[in-house]
Design a protein around this ligand. Structure first.
Ligand code: XIL
Length: 378
């Protein structure tokens, strides 16, 4: 009854903001954020159109369903700091304003990564690789500027993204080659100095794989031993219908819980198309050529796969719920199936169905399954 009432009030508010069709699209019984209230936050990554209010259908879903947002691209180095000394904050400012206006938990993604970072960052004006000190200086300036600008407004930062290789060793990025392994500690220190209240996260994919997970555990322990304030580990969870298993997910969350850090499920989606790569990966630089066999559901998702996706999401959320003392947030990577990066990665132009809302913005059976999973609180 109470839920219904809230829902109606919200619908009326949405009607004013976005018009009838958008409000209808967001009309689903209950909501993800209410279903998991007291357990963890539930969120979505927003693209530029959604941040700028040009996608009323998706925005209505975001307001009705989620209480935390992440920026799909708006805060990456290449977007926010494209040239030396030149910052472009217009989109990032709108992103943060959107979150504040709607009282959402606002996530910053990300400060240090080997992708979507311009080549100039690592070179001097003669094109030579920078010295350790010069690159540290640049990193510090970037972090101070970006984190400082949103101090008290972005509650959680993905400080370092994807620093580990699959075997658990540190990835041979230019950050590592030029600065050395302590670039990670330095980035956390700079972020903490710029906003001591912000929750700082190490974020990566495939931490369900034992060797990589061990690497992350070593990293977290090292940071903790040095007194670096790491609040959480982000599990990206770019999943498939079969990997990781519920048991692997559960063991991974528990391994980080044992270290005393929180876990955030930072980029959840479930690929339903044939794997284009032998091993699970979320490496954005991977490119696989087009091939009809890799794009079997152009005209629609067969009901059997739709149901499989629903069961898969229910299984995952049961694991998150069972670990609710550790899991602080679950964020979907994008809002509707049509927005998903998985339509263009690692194969361009596929038709994927990885999220809870379809291309019309309607909730899928997977949405109902996730809501139903919340009723089975352990
Ligand atoms: C993706 C975005 O969704 C795409 O729009 C962009 O083209 C590439 O990056 N891991 C991450 C995210 O940490 O930043 C990536 O986001 C997906 C994989």
């Amino acid at each position: 009854m109470f839920r219904n009432l809230c829902f109606r009030v919200q619908s009326i508010a949405l009607l004013g903001a976005f018009g009838l069709s958008a409000a209808l699209a967001a009309q689903t019984p209950g909501s993800l954020k209410d279903a998991y209230k007291g357990d963890f936050l539930v969120g979505a990554a927003l693209d530029a159109a959604q941040i700028e209010g040009k996608d009323a259908r998706a925005d209505a879903i975001v307001l009705a369903q989620f209480n935390t947002i992440s920026p799909a691209n708006a805060l990456k180095w290449a977007r926010v700091h494209p040239k030396p000394g030149k910052y472009r904050f217009k989109l990032a400012d709108r992103y943060v304003a959107f979150g504040r206006e709607h009282h959402m938990f606002v996530v910053g993604h990300n400060l240090v990564w080997h992708n979507q970072v311009p080549g100039w960052v690592f070179r001097d004006d003669k094109g030579q690789l920078l010295t350790r000190d010069a690159l540290l200086q640049r990193l510090k300036e970037h972090i101070q500027t970006v984190v400082g600008r949103y101090k008290g407004q972005i509650q959680s930062w993905d400080v370092v993204n994807e620093a580990l290789d699959e075997d658990g060793s540190l990835r041979q990025s230019l950050w590592l080659k030029i600065i050395g392994p302590d670039y990670i500690e330095k980035a956390f220190e700079y972020a903490h100095e710029a906003d001591p209240q912000a929750q700082l996260t190490y974020n990566d994919y495939n931490l369900e794989k034992p060797a990589k997970r061990e690497g992350a555990i070593r990293l977290v322990k090292k940071l903790q031993a040095e007194g670096i304030p790491i609040a959480s580990v982000g599990l990206q969870n770019h999943d498939s219908l079969t990997w990781p298993s519920a048991a692997e997910e559960d063991a991974t969350i528990k391994a980080f819980a044992a270290l005393g850090v929180k876990v955030v499920v930072s980029e959840l989606d479930v690929n339903v198309l044939p794997n284009a790569n032998q091993q699970p990966t979320a490496d954005v630089s991977l490119r696989v050529g087009r091939n009809k066999a890799l794009n079997p559901y152009r005209k629609g998702l067969p009901d059997s796969v739709q149901q499989q996706l629903a069961r898969r999401y229910a299984d995952l959320f049961r694991v998150f719920l069972a670990n609710r003392a550790t899991v602080a947030r679950v964020t979907f990577w994008d809002v509707t199936d049509g927005d998903s990066w998985l339509n263009n990665w690692p194969v361009k132009g596929r038709t994927n169905y990885p999220l809870l809302f379809d291309r019309q913005g309607k909730p899928k059976p997977a949405y109902d399954a996730v809501l139903a999973a919340a009723d089975r609180k352990p």
